[in-house]
Design a protein around this ligand. Structure first.
Ligand code: SDX
Length: 429
């Protein structure tokens, strides 16, 4: 890491601040001593210019449309790997050998069941509760069931909790879906791969045998890979901040799920499909493009734009390819929503407003069409995002705990409220 300096002058004083360079990407100015030496804070709501940590897990180049997991491009991982291999890579930092992969798959597969009492937990929810509300509640409750893996100072317990989360999220997500539609829960089967097991737990019924279509299982597995991790996005930063207080991993992941639910973040896949359905046909696209450009209209094109990607989101390209594969395998021709999506993308990418603001489709733009074709209702889309992102959250949580520089996160503020004043009795107000 090369060390240079940055000078900051304020109030007639100039202080030298150390800078740091990473492997790739922008340098950082270490402002840890700024307040002590100048009495001033920095101000960066939304953290557009602020690095919260050092990390070795994921790197995004927003201008080049590059996404690397432990140095490996997302295109190569999506093409040649499977989701559990990416989980191993994100957790341990290297691609597994055959022996390591088989052992990891075995350990995850044999942790897919949840405590039988958990099924009672679901019965407290209304059947029409949004599955994300159920996920927030049930995942947060995991710490009430797995007390033996909540000591965050014990690396062994941290890894047990990590594996449990990766293994049990598909089971819990499938249970949330089955409960939502009034069908009985389906137990995991250990002779199935991760994605096939999940599809079977969602779509099998006791009345007949179910075999997952291998093309659809592969597509599901790839969708999980595309959503696995993404640097310090809002939900990952939430998990890190919750974890910085020493909270147990299950509570931290539940916090991440809650944050992901927002339509500006993981909730965008559900919002994007609802938007495509509302647009309904190609001839109504100009009306919505105009709404998106109207500063007085809060409407935004869901699935477009990104804080980091100022060029095409590399995941969106792979997602679009997967969409065509799934629709082709299912024999779905002329899907009206796909037609609207592709025409909306074509128009937006040639429109000056979107070009000037560098708004391109993100991962959420096409994922909804694919997930709907796979048989999921829109209310399950963000649940699937949370299922996949759990490995990213847990890898970043582990990295944060092992980082000697990390301490409890406690931002400061610019106070613009009332100056000090004395209490006024109600009789005198
Ligand atoms: C995810 O961070 C991650 O890595 C997230 C994620 C991950 O994997 O974890 O990639 C997953 O959350 C993807 C993003 C999903 N969200 C959406 O698709 C919702 C629609 N997109 C926007 O809400 C927005 O683009 C954000 C939230 C994604 C980014 O917001 P920023 O970086 O704060 O940008 P901004 O809101 O300041 O927008 C910049 C300008 C604004 O215009 P001006 O105020 O400069 O005039 O672009 C405009 C915005 O009005 N703009 C849009 C737009 N997105 C931004 N205008 C119309 N439609 C949009 N979608």
């Amino acid at each position: 890491m090369t060390e240079t300096k940055a000078d900051v002058s304020i109030g007639g004083k100039t202080v030298e601040l150390p800078t740091r360079s990473g492997t790739i990407g922008p340098d950082v100015i270490d402002i840890g001593t700024l307040y002590k030496n100048t009495g001033a804070f920095t101000y960066d709501p939304g953290f557009t210019s602020t690095a919260s940590c050092e990390s070795k897990i994921t790197y995004i180049d927003g201008d080049e449309g590059v996404l690397l997991h432990r140095g490996y491009p997302i295109e190569q991982l999506a093409e040649h790997g499977d989701f559990l291999e990416v989980c191993y890579l994100l957790l341990y930092g290297e691609l597994p050998t055959k022996t390591q992969k088989d052992d990891f798959d075995y350990r995850v597969t044999h942790h897919t069941m949840v405590h039988e009492q958990m099924s009672k937990f679901f019965t407290g929810f209304r059947r029409d509760a949004h599955p994300m509300a159920v996920m927030c509640g049930v995942v947060g409750a995991l710490s009430a069931f797995y007390h033996d893996s909540t000591d965050i100072t014990d690396p062994h317990q941290r890894m047990v909790a990590s594996l449990r989360m990766i293994a049990k999220m598909p089971t819990i997500a499938a249970m949330a879906y089955k409960y939502h539609i009034g069908q009985p829960f389906v137990y995991p089967k250990n002779d199935l791969d991760y994605a096939s097991n999940f599809l079977r737990m969602c779509f099998a019924v006791p009345c007949e045998e179910y075999t997952a279509n291998p093309v659809l299982s592969r597509a599901m597995d790839r969708i999980f890979i595309l959503h696995a991790d993404h640097e310090q996005n809002a939900s990952t930063s939430t998990v890190r901040l919750a974890g910085s207080s020493g909270a147990n991993p299950f509570a931290c992941i539940a916090a991440g799920i809650a944050c992901l639910w927002g339509p500006a973040h993981g909730g965008a896949n559900e919002a994007a499909l609802n938007m495509l359905a509302e647009i309904g046909s190609v001839d109504r696209i100009p009306e919505y493009i105009a709404k998106a450009k109207d500063k007085n209209d809060p409407f935004r094109l869901m699935g477009f734009g990104h804080r980091v990607y100022k060029h095409y989101d590399p995941r969106a390209r792979i997602m679009q390819k997967t969409t065509h594969e799934v629709l082709g395998e299912l024999g779905i021709k002329d899907d009206p929503m796909l037609e609207v999506a592709m025409e909306l993308e074509r128009i937006a990418l040639t429109d000056d407003y979107f070009i000037e603001k560098k708004l391109y489709p993100n991962i959420d733009f096409y994922s909804g069409i694919t997930l709907k074709a796979l048989g999921f209702p829109t209310t399950m889309f963000t649940v699937l995002f949370a299922l996949a992102r759990t490995v990213g959250w847990i890898a970043q949580w582990n990295e944060m705990i092992e980082d000697p520089e990390q301490r409890i996160g406690r931002p400061r503020q610019l106070y613009v409220g009332a100056p000090k004043r004395d209490y006024v009795p109600v009789s005198k107000r």
